[in-house]
Design a protein around this ligand. Structure first.
Ligand SMILES: O=C(O)CCC(=O)C(=O)O
Ligand SMILES: [Mn+2]
Length: 190
């Protein structure tokens, strides 16, 4: 079994020139925060830089514990609109990850926090360096990976979060940076 039906790839959602321009703009414009956080009095360092942007009133505990919610920038809004039109689905938030080089990574997890509801649907855009996207089945431990290249849009169907964990492993030879945008729909608190 592979997550064939649970992952969909649109290879050149942005072409090479557009992807490069967006990557450079984000790198400059994002006003990246420090990656040292304090949670419950304990300090830790996130192995990448992150910003979190959401519509007014949207609260997401994972990111919210770590990160201040920021408004949408014009560039992030444009990207959101293009993805929404393509998918005919609306997102109210985006988590932006900067992997400064191959030492930065994200560990095994599923994006299945309660705030994403029972059917978390996520669109993930890669800009910059190619990285491996690894997945591992929660029950069978079956595993695999795909390469995410600049301009590629990865659609994660809800069942992907139900059945698999994913990660971006360290790639020690890699000196270039990568930015990933995961568009999410957080269920607004009642
Ligand atoms: O960088 C990626 O492609 C994945 C990031 C990710 O899994 C996340 O932010 O939840
Ligand atoms: Mn994830």
């Amino acid at each position: 079994m592979t997550p064939d039906k649970e992952l969909r790839i649109i290879r050149d959602f942005y072409d090479a020139a557009e992807s490069d321009a967006i990557y450079r703009r984000l790198l400059q414009e994002q006003n990246w925060p420090d990656n040292c956080y304090s949670v419950a009095g304990r300090e830790f360092t996130l192995p990448r830089l992150q910003t979190w942007h959401a519509d007014p009133g949207i609260v997401y505990s994972y990111s919210n514990n770590l990160l201040k919610t920021r408004p949408w920038t014009p560039l992030l809004s444009d990207i959101r609109q293009k993805i929404e039109q393509f998918l005919n689905f609306s997102f109210n938030s985006v988590l932006v990850n900067l992997y400064r080089n191959g030492d930065d990574y994200v560990g095994w997890h599923a994006d299945n926090e309660a705030e994403l509801g029972p059917q978390p649907f996520i669109a993930s855009l890669t800009l910059g360096a190619t990285r491996q996207f690894a997945f591992r089945h929660k029950k069978t431990a079956e595993s695999g990976s795909i390469l995410l290249t600049s301009g590629m849009l990865l659609i994660m169907q809800p069942d992907f979060q139900h059945h698999w964990l994913h990660s971006i492993p360290v790639d020690q030879k890699l000196t270039q940076g990568r930015i990933n945008l995961t568009f999410r729909r957080v269920i607004a608190p009642k």
